[in-house]
Design a protein around this ligand. Structure first.
Ligand code: KIV
Ligand code: NA
Length: 275
């Protein structure tokens, strides 16, 4: 059975929780098997799965298509699905309707949306509908054009105060967890101590209640730009590249398939074909 919000909230102040993104069945199965507590079907799928420059083009249908596959693979991990750009910004009604669609059509346990004070009314309404919400504050990639790029958030006094106000607003609206992206570690620690919600950091230091990373980044599968906060736990790009090159060579040399990968037919039948 999958973990519940209560299993996760119990961990606050005790044992940090682990979270990774996934966008497909097979990866979800492996992450689940490793015992990772939470899986996020992030709208980062726009970047890492679909090849977009940012997350803005991702649709609710994209999230449902990938999210349902992940949910089929998650046996013990708690599954959160991102609400994509423009699925909750326009109105509270839109937000509830789209959150509901995501839950109904995927079997996930919670949705995540970007924004603090300005989106507290959306969070409150979705929670009221019985859907747990993870808030996402600090660096919010759906606002990339307004932020003028991907930058650390909360370094100035003004920004730090805004972050604390955002955390307070989303907690009061009923978010059970808060993603803190690209926030100075000391500030993330302060937020964590001031809220009953579970803080899950990405680029926010080790003082949060949990950590999340994009799986392609931490596996070294993504061979492109990697932010400073990512630790590479493997070099999957090299492993895959070597395997693909070896396969290409063996196809060209006819050393693949070998006898062991091949089906035989009796000589009798072959002979009879020529009679
Ligand atoms: O979309 C995503 O992968 C995310 C994480 C980076 C938190 O929102
Ligand atoms: Na996201």
């Amino acid at each position: 059975m999958r973990k519940s919000i209560f299993d996760l909230l119990e961990r606050k102040g005790k044992q940090p929780v682990s979270m990774l993104t996934a966008y497909d069945y097979h990866t979800a199965c492996t992450i689940d098997e490793a015992g990772i507590d939470m899986i996020l079907v992030g709208d980062s799928l726009g970047n890492v799965m679909l090849g977009y420059e940012n997350t803005l083009a991702v649709t609710v249908d994209d999230m449902i298509h990938h999210g349902a596959a992940v949910c089929r693979g998650a046996k013990q991990a708690f599954v959160v699905i991102d609400m994509p750009f423009m699925s909750y910004q326009v109105s509270v009604e839109d937000a509830v309707r789209n959150a509901g669609r995501i839950v109904k059509e995927t079997n996930c346990q919670a949705v995540k949306l970007e924004g603090g004070v300005e989106y507290a009314d959306r969070i409150k309404a979705i929670v009221q509908a019985g859907i747990p919400v993870v808030a996402h504050i600090g660096l919010t990639p759906q606002s990339v054009n307004a932020m003028g790029g991907y930058k650390v958030q909360g370094k100035s006094l003004e920004q730090a105060k805004k972050l604390l106000a955002d955390a307070k607003a989303v907690e009061e609206a009923g978010a059970f967890a808060i993603t803190l992206e690209c926030v100075p570690a000391e500030l993330a620690k302060l937020v964590t101590s001031q809220t009953k919600a579970l803080t899950i950091g990405i680029g926010a230091g080790n003082g949060c209640d949990g950590q999340v990373l994009v799986y392609q980044d931490m596996l070294g599968y993504n061979n492109g730009f990697i932010p400073k906060f990512v630790k590479k736990y493997a070099d999957l790009h090299s492993v895959m590249l070597e395997a693909f090159k070896q396969y290409k060579q063996e196809c060209e040399e006819r050393t693949f398939p070998a006898a062991g990968h091949t089906y035989a037919i009796s000589e009798e039948v072959m002979q009879a074909l020529f009679e």
